[in-house]
Design a protein around this ligand. Structure first.
Ligand code: PLP
Length: 360
């Protein structure tokens, strides 16, 4: 059986080399005579695995020593509450940038804990567009500013880093972390569910600057207190050990690819090729303004939505899976994370060309 090109937004495709290595090591990991899944999270082998994964991630993203890295559970959705619970503090107010479906979810959750202001909101005239920084109304007294660098559902991505005048910047990087280099120093807190661009589901990465490890709100459950996880090196309770292991293999794979500068070049080239094809076609359409189109998630629609089902069925037959758009948006979406090889994008473009010629 041949591997297909899986365009799912998450859980998403993983590098074949990583899966092969996991397969080889499944029954006997590290010469221990058992699977990594069967090891204690407090045992020497697993502790070393986590330290190595952390060191590789630190190297890949150039994370300075004054930031902690946490391997948590609960998905990015748990961070929608964990961030405000830990960071709102006495100020009890934060600014949120609303650019799509995921930031809206983050806002709805944060509102349970404090006074949340919408400091800027995406515009939709002809195409969806992130508002320019001079149109943002930031509160210098906010505990933090939250934004979503890549809106997975809407296909909207920031290609610049917001300036917040010293107010800590919080980012939900679920579908963009590790797709390109970033300047960690610009951020107070970064979180990301692993199942998009990092590894399998079950793991959530958190990168937090030391000065933000303050007193959480009094109602905060112990598992939602960042300080507890820092103190216990992500093992206050049992972490998602197998997901941590696979993420570690992905970090090592990324280093072998040449790190994030090389990945950025590859990701940008893949995305630009696909957008270029969509833009020159009369049959396909992307709803996002060119300056904020995502490198990772490319939504598109067909000129005739009656052909959607046929498009998906024929794509599936051609080994191009999970191109159906989000149920709230409709149409199609191609998610092309790190693990999607350039050949996958080429195969998609060939298929789309052929479909438009024969069915459109
Ligand atoms: C997928 C996603 C989420 C939700 O992640 P879970 O791990 O399912 O909680 C949140 N934010 C963004 C940007 C996402 O892509």
């Amino acid at each position: 059986m041949q591997r297909i090109f899986n365009f799912s937004p998450g859980p998403a495709m993983l590098p074949t080399e990583v899966l092969e290595q996991a397969q080889t090591e499944l029954l006997n990991w590290n010469g221990t005579g058992m699977s990594v899944m069967e090891h204690s999270h407090r045992g020497k082998e697993f502790v070393e695995l986590l330290e190595k994964a952390e060191a590789d991630l630190r190297e890949l993203l150039a994370i300075p020593v004054n930031y902690q890295i946490l391997f948590l559970a609960g998905g990015a959705s748990a961070q929608f509450s964990m961030a405000p619970l830990n960071l709102l503090g006495k100020k009890n107010t934060a600014d949120y940038i609303q650019t799509g479906q995921w930031s809206e979810k983050a806002i709805a959750e944060a509102k349970r804990y404090g006074k949340i202001r919408i400091a800027a909101c995406s515009e939709k005239q002809d195409k969806v567009r992130i508002p320019a920084p001079d149109a943002w109304s930031l509160n210098s007294d906010a505990a933090y500013v939250h934004y979503t660098p890549n809106e997975t559902i809407d296909g909207v991505e920031f290609h610049w880093t917001p300036q917040t005048g010293g107010v800590p910047l919080v980012a939900d990087m679920s579908s963009t972390l590790l797709s390109r280099p970033i300047d960690i120093n610009a951020y107070g807190l970064i979180y990301a569910g692993a199942q998009k661009n990092i590894g399998p589901a079950g793991l959530t990465l958190v990168i937090i600057r030391n000065d933000l490890l303050g007193e959480p709100l009094p109602q905060t459950p112990v598992l939602y207190d960042y300080r507890v996880h820092v103190k216990n090196k992500s093992s206050y309770n049992t972490p998602a050990t197998y997901s941590c292991y696979l993420a570690g293999l992905v970090f090592a794979w990324l280093k072998r690819q040449g790190g994030l500068t090389a990945m950025a070049k590859r990701n940008q080239a893949k995305a630009e090729k696909l957008y270029r094809f969509i833009d020159q076609s009369d049959f396909y359409q992307n709803p996002v303004h060119p300056e904020c189109r995502s490198w990772m998630n490319v939504p598109f629609s067909l000129a005739d939505s009656q052909l959607d089902e046929k498009f998906l069925a024929l794509a599936e037959q051609a080994g191009l899976a999970n191109l159906k758009g989000h149920r709230l948006v409709g149409g199609m979406r191609a998610s092309i994370y790190n693990a999607m090889p350039p050949e996958g994008v080429d195969a998609l473009i060939d298929f789309m060309k052929d479909f438009a010629e024969h069915q459109g």
